[in-house]
Design a protein around this ligand. Structure first.
Ligand code: C5P
Length: 243
């Protein structure tokens, strides 16, 4: 049944290709993951992080300025995304993955600006957990959540691209290059830890060969301009050649 329901999307993609409509004439759709995810321990308690969604919002604005459609898959954030962005709200990392898997086939590329939780509690308690009586600790076990970008990197078509972010407190370059390979990214943006919940940061951008293509200090808006200049340089693939 699920195969049948997916068929129309696949057919649409084929129609576009066989009609040979130049890609430039189609309004591009750029998938952007944004904000944090939440992993619930019980109905009222969850694990999360301080991601604000500001980078995602700055990326969405830039996509709109380019006359393209930002397709946002966002965890819970306080900010408002720009008008004109298509917004899909999710809470958990698994929901974010599921939503991206559904949308990715009809997008040109994905920018992973979200900070999805890498772990979730092994068990979810349907009832609110009570405070234990006496001097007893509570111990939780966590299991790994799926990696959204790595999953999409594995299934990307040859005409699609993947851009990742890395935020490290040490060995930034080495870890960013490791993630670039592991997640099959076409570009990776390494930003400094001070960027969390702030407007400015330092950014280094590496291409798929691991070459440093940009090294800048400044606002997220400036970084976003550079990211799209590099997407135009390194990530525009000819559909006909690659399929
Ligand atoms: O958390 P990590 O440093 O591995 O994040 C690197 C990149 O991978 C980011 O672009 C982030 O959005 C993405 N990511 C993801 N799914 C995860 C963890 C990270 O897509 N579960």
């Amino acid at each position: 049944m699920s195969h049948l329901s997916l068929q129309p999307l696949t057919e649409n993609v084929n129609v576009r290709k066989t009609q040979n409509i130049p890609t430039m004439l189609l309004r591009k759709r750029i998938l952007i993951t944004s904000g944090p995810t939440r992993e619930y321990l019980d109905p009222v308690r969850f694990l999360t992080n301080g991601s604000s969604g500001r980078m995602g919002a700055a990326l969405a604005e830039a996509v709109l300025e380019r006359g393209e459609t930002p397709v946002m898959v966002s965890g819970p954030v306080a900010l408002t995304y720009p008008d004109g962005a298509e917004i899909h709200r999710v809470e958990t990392t698994e929901q974010m993955l599921e939503c991206c898997l559904r949308l990715f086939p009809n997008c040109n590329g994905i920018i992973g600006a979200a900070a999805p939780c890498d772990f979730k509690p092994e068990y979810f308690s349907e009832q609110k957990l009570s405070k234990p009586e006496g001097n007893i600790d509570i111990v939780f076990r966590f299991t790994k959540t799926p990696d959204i970008l790595a999953t999409l990197g594995q299934i990307k078509r040859r005409d699609q691209w993947v851009v990742g972010f890395a935020l490290e407190t040490k060995n930034g370059r080495d870890l960013a290059l490791k993630k670039l390979k592991q997640k099959k990214c076409d570009l990776i943006v390494l930003n400094s830890p001070e960027s969390i919940n702030r407007e400015t940061a330092s950014f280094q951008i590496f291409n798929a060969s691991g070459e440093l293509c940009a090294d800048l200090n400044g606002s997220k808006k400036t970084a976003v301009k550079e990211i799209f200049a590099l997407i135009d340089k390194y990530c525009i693939f000819e559909t006909s050649e690659k399929d």
